[in-house]
Design a protein around this ligand. Structure first.
Ligand SMILES: [Zn+2]
Length: 492
């Protein structure tokens, strides 16, 4: 039995119009004439103390976004959870366009103690044609000036918040283009003291589209004539993902070869990662689990719910190819009814990558209201660097308990915020007695449950949510039950 309908908030139809995403290639500011007053990039190089500088190194402390980009507690920035990085050393060799940064931190995450020691590395080796690596050099203030000199930057004057800036803009060399063949744009903003205070570029991202990447540089100090910002930060998707506080810096370090080892001696870089090889999908991965309810097995599991004239799918898979395969499995083995809704359990990268094929098919994304702003912006960002058309994604938010229901079936979406993410929903099929969840994986026998499993168990207990079968996006080897979930908080 479940409680009366009055408990449920109706699915709130929050169709948000695409908000202005930050992909406008020109700054949101007033352009001014007066080119004759503008400094040249050579002037800026001199002001920055870069004449005769072929390399530099700096040290200090740093921080990085905890759990990595798009694995945060809250979908939208700011993302205040950070790992401290100590003993940070960052070195750039402009002659070969190489950079390496390394410091000590944790391989920890938000949830589990004790943290394990680890390192944080930024690696842009010489000779790579990976923009995701090379942009790390060009987005530094010094790399920006060197790039602007090498590739013939255009300049313009602009005013922002009452301050005057010169914006320099250059394109990546013809040898370095996006998958669609576009050269990348790099902009840098120079204040009236000749300091680069902001840089930006756009990097293709399978989920974020033409992702805006921004460098912010503040509180410049002279280190023997070399101008160095005391703090800097890189932002992606509108929020800070990495930052440094500089304590010392020097130009043309004598031990350059030691600071940037040759590529053979480098650890494998952390960029890239090719697409997994396509494999022949098994004939039928679907499994009926109740009236009008199926699982699509064989990877990140999806729940498919049939209504009289459409389908709703809970969870889209961990990759675009998995998302495509789920859609194909549904069409081939479940129903040819319209897939009207794709429900996202939570906004982490491995639970959203498979949304892209659903967006291409015009399926409406349903997610917790907490996630709407970020997902709407990401999915409605232009995808020109990828060579793809806009997704025109429709994103709908639910709060409290969302309800998809008609005369034939009923799917409840319960919001269960927890230490893993505050935008988490689980799916309940009351008629079929199934709870479907992501990342609330029950503990192995004789081990303690993690804090977010306990949060779900308390929610189920306190709200008397009834079901028999406990099903997961991460399938368990043996069938699990409500009783096993509640056992994780026995004795509380
Ligand atoms: Zn997750």
């Amino acid at each position: 039995m479940y409680r009366s309908i009055s408990f449920f908030a109706a699915l709130s139809l929050l169709f948000l119009t695409a908000c202005s995403n930050e992909t406008d290639r020109s700054a949101a500011s007033t352009e001014m004439v007066g080119e004759d007053m503008a400094p040249s990039i050579a002037d800026v190089a001199t002001d920055m103390g870069l004449d005769g500088v072929d390399s530099l190194t700096l040290s200090g402390s740093a921080w990085r976004i905890r759990n990595s980009f798009r694995q945060t507690l809250t979908a939208s920035p700011p993302w205040p959870e950070r790992d401290e990085v100590t003993s940070w050393v960052q070195t750039i060799d402009f002659t070969v366009s190489a950079m390496r940064g390394q410091g000590d931190t944790f391989a920890s995450n938000l949830f589990f103690a004790p943290p394990v020691a680890g390192t944080h590395v930024i690696n842009a080796p010489a000779g790579t044609d990976s923009w995701s690596q090379q942009m790390e050099v060009w987005l530094t203030p010094w790399g920006f000036v060197k790039g602007a000199q090498r590739y013939g930057a255009q300049s313009s004057q602009l005013e922002r918040n009452g301050n005057s800036y010169t914006r320099f803009s250059f394109s990546s060399p013809e040898s370095m283009t996006s998958p669609s063949g576009m050269r990348y744009t790099v902009n840098g903003y120079v204040n009236t003291d000749g300091q680069v205070v902001r840089t930006e570029t756009w990097l293709e991202d399978a989920f974020m589209g033409d992702m805006h990447v921004v460098g912010i540089y503040a509180d410049y100090e002279s280190h023997d004539g070399l101008m160095v910002p005391t703090t800097f930060e890189q932002q992606r998707g509108g929020g800070g993902v990495f930052g440094v506080t500089v304590s010392s810096a020097s130009a043309n370090p004598a031990n350059l070869a030691e600071l940037i080892p040759t590529p053979e001696n480098n650890a494998p870089n952390n960029g890239g990662g090719g697409a997994p090889a396509a494999s022949e999908p098994p004939a039928d991965l679907t499994q009926q689990v109740g009236d009008g309810a199926w699982l699509v097995n064989g990877g990140y599991v999806s729940l498919v719910v049939e209504f009289s004239d459409h389908l709703a799918v809970f969870e889209s898979g961990q990759s675009e190819s998995r998302g495509e395969m789920i859609i194909q499995q549904i069409k081939d083995n479940i129903s040819d009814k319209e897939i009207r809704y794709i429900i996202n359990s939570h906004p982490h990268s491995d639970h959203t990558a498979g949304l892209i094929p659903f967006m291409r098919e015009g399926v409406i994304l349903v997610t917790h209201e907490e996630n709407v702003e970020f997902l709407d912006r990401a999915l409605n960002t232009p995808r020109s660097l990828l060579g793809e058309t806009d997704l025109n994604a429709q994103v709908m938010g639910v709060t409290g308990v969302g309800l998809l229901e008609d005369a034939t079936n009923r799917l409840e979406l319960h919001h269960v915020p927890n230490l893993h993410t505050d935008g988490m929903v689980v799916g309940l099929l009351p008629e079929q007695g199934i709870l479907f969840q992501a990342d609330f994986t029950l503990p192995k026998p004789d081990t303690d449950a993690n804090p977010f499993v306990k949060t779900l168990a308390r929610y189920i207990s306190e709200n008397d949510v009834q079901f028999e079968s406990y099903q997961g996006v991460h399938a368990a080897a043996v069938s699990q039950t409500r009783a096993e979930l509640l056992a994780t908080i026995a004795g509380e």
